[in-house]
Design a protein around this ligand. Structure first.
Ligand code: PGA
Length: 254
């Protein structure tokens, strides 16, 4: 982790969860401080259908509620879409934008992601902007240049350490059980910090850069010990409170 940065342990439930999953959220809320210590923050990004109830469950806890995507506009004729203001109204404090599953499934470009980040800020939300290379890009040796391009295109100039979190998620590591070596993660995060500094100046020193992609209790301590890894974005393992809390406990000893 980076000295003086408050770590963030973020869960991404993706398209999982119904009312029957809410007890997991209650367990996360009540166990988080004990697991992670006072110095860490948590957020669980639930499906929009659960956000209102998640907002209530998490309201008085050290864990925030978050959305998984937002539309750039505050309202309008966009059937099925959700405005950042609506997420905030349901109790969200964060929203993920530019997750690779959205970049792939919904053909979201860097410019789309940047306008969603600005929409998040307009609504008072913290944007978690996701970047990461595909397997083919990694094999071609293009990882760092892909990350440079995504930072240039997806992170708006108004980004601050307070309104934005970056999540580095190699696409090939998501949901596969595969992770890059610690050296590769450290290299990618150092590169992201340097690119953010070029763009945002000293503000970038305090910005949280999360690692995501097959984070689990067994690898969390190693990943979170790396310089410039300021927390984790957790998919599959965030669905089970015990696993999410076990990952969160990896920041306590740091
Ligand atoms: P995973 O997903 O932890 O299941 O690999 C991470 C993510 O996509 O945010």
């Amino acid at each position: 982790m980076t000295p003086a940065i408050r770590p963030l342990i973020a869960g991404n439930w993706k398209m999982h969860g119904t009312s029957s999953s809410l007890p997991e959220l209650k367990a996360v809320a009540s166990g988080f401080t004990n697991a992670a210590g006072e110095g860490a923050e948590g957020v669980v990004c639930v499906p929009a259908t659960l956000l209102g109830r998640a907002g209530e469950i998490l309201a008085a806890s050290p864990v925030a509620a978050g959305g998984q995507d937002c539309h750039p506009a505050p309202n309008g004729a966009h059937t099925g879409d959700i405005a950042a203001e609506m997420l905030a109204d349901c109790g969200a404090r964060y929203v993920i934008v530019g997750h690779s599953e959205r970049r792939t499934d919904h053909h979201e470009s860097d410019a789309d992601v940047a306008s969603k980040a600005e929409a998040a800020w307009r609504a008072g939300l913290i944007a978690i902007i996701c970047v990461g290379e595909t397997k083919a890009q990694r094999e071609a040796g293009d990882t760092l240049s892909v990350l440079s391009g995504q930072i240039a295109g997806s992170v708006p100039a108004g980004a601050t350490a307070g309104n934005t979190v970056i999540a580095y998620e190699p696409v090939w590591a998501i949901g596969t059980g595969l992770t890059p070596t610690p050296e590769d993660v450290a290299k990618a995060h150092a590169h992201l910090r340097a690119e953010l500094k070029k763009k945002l100046g000293d503000e970038a020193n305090a910005m949280r850069i999360l690692y995501g992609g097959s984070v689990k209790p067994s690898n969390a301590a190693e990943l979170l010990s790396l310089l410039n890894v300021d927390g984790a974005l957790i998919g599959g393992a965030s669905l089970v409170a015990a696993d999410f809390l076990a990952i969160a406990s990896a920041v306590k000893s740091k």
